[in-house]
Design a protein. Structure first.
Length: 365
């Protein structure tokens, strides 16, 4: 006999095993500790004492042993150092992607562009009613036959124009993206952790491109006093340093990387929380953290104009609210004809992915 079985609601029961529940927490802590397993485990022990995450049947020691068995951590027997594995690094990226896209699905802000139907290389899940001029290849015959059965019945089965359903397709442009991340000291100043959300966005974006847009390229550039590229696998370990903000060095490296890319569509995403304060002139660093320095700013504006000539739009995500910083970003954006978002830390991921997705699709008629 089929039916429903009702039980008392248990808020702690979500279908996951104890290991899976602890693994979610462990992955989050690794992002905050920059991949330091020992520090993450210390935090887990403290949280276990306060919130009773484990019991007599399954303790933190069992969790650590299961992490080893399933290939999430590895131990150097000579030095006794525990490190995460590539499997864990990928898991962190996937969780970042799920976390940020989870926020996108829940938001009511309708900032996505709507796309007109066309013939392309990617099938949309949605269907629509047939219109005059639609191609024969666009007809979803399975859905159309189902409509005819519902509308006319099986005994007197026939199909009319109103029964036809069209499956739309989109053409997707290949894009080369450089994501610039500010790792200057101000990213952890004033009691606010700004680097962890930036890392999560970078990991989620890399996982999105790897899984959904495999023909695209993503390069990651970090900038402080200087700028240098990092690999996706290094993102969980990213830390800020005692650096000023050399935006010029970051932009120059991003432009140099994009020059070598053959994709026709190129773009730069820049996550920063402050004004540019540093230049490298020869072997000497020119630094000024007090207010807006026109010498530094003018170099930034010149590079913004160069990117415009090269048809490389720059999208700036400013995670600070100072009015004079916003004025600089507006001037920078106008020079490049790019985009600027003044985002709070919790909305940073949503802004980036909306902009990335909106730049992906082109309609082919």
């Amino acid at each position: 006999m089929k039916g429903f079985h009702f039980t008392k609601f248990d808020p702690d029961r979500d279908g996951k095993s104890r290991f899976e529940q602890l693994l979610d927490l462990f992955m989050q802590l690794l992002t905050y500790t920059s991949g330091d397993v020992s520090e993450a485990m210390q935090w887990m022990n403290e949280l276990d004492k306060k919130y009773q995450l484990t019991d007599d049947e399954y303790g933190i020691g069992d969790f650590i042993e299961e992490l080893r068995e399933k290939g999430y951590i590895t131990e150097n027997n000579e030095q006794g150092q525990i490190k995460i594995t590539p499997k864990t690094e990928q898991g962190i990226r996937k969780r970042s992607l799920e976390e940020i896209f989870g926020k996108l699905k829940k938001t009511k802000q309708g900032d996505h562009h709507s796309f007109k139907p066309g013939q392309g290389d990617e099938i949309n899940p949605e269907t629509r009613q047939f219109q005059f001029g639609d191609m024969l290849e666009q007809i979803d015959f399975t859905e159309s036959i189902r409509n005819a059965q519902i509308n006319h019945g099986i005994e007197s089965f026939h199909m009319k124009e109103d029964d036809l359903s069209i499956r739309e397709t989109d053409f997707k442009a290949q894009t080369s993206t450089v994501l610039m991340i500010d790792i200057s000291h101000s990213m952890i100043l004033y009691g606010e952790d700004r680097i962890t959300p930036a890392k999560k966005v970078a990991m989620a974006l890399s996982e999105l491109i790897k899984t959904k847009y495999p023909k695209d390229t993503l390069d990651i550039v970090v900038f402080g006093n200087d700028a240098w590229p990092i690999e996706v696998k290094d993102l969980p370990y990213l830390q800020v340093g005692p650096y000023h903000t050399n935006t010029v060095a970051g932009l120059e490296l991003a432009m140099d990387i994009l020059r070598r890319r053959k994709n026709p569509n190129k773009q730069i995403f820049m996550i920063t929380d402050g004004k540019p304060t540093c230049l490298k002139i020869g072997k000497r660093y020119y630094k000024n953290s007090f207010g807006i320095d026109r010498k530094v700013v003018n170099r930034c504006l010149n590079l913004a104009a160069q990117c415009k000539k090269l048809k490389i739009p720059i999208t700036t995500f400013m995670i600070a609210t100072d009015p004079y910083l916003q004025r600089f970003v507006q001037e920078f954006t106008e020079m490049n004809h790019g985009k600027a978002f003044f985002a709070s830390l919790d909305k940073l991921g949503a802004f980036i992915f909306k902009d990335f997705e909106s730049g992906k699709r082109k309609t082919v008629y």
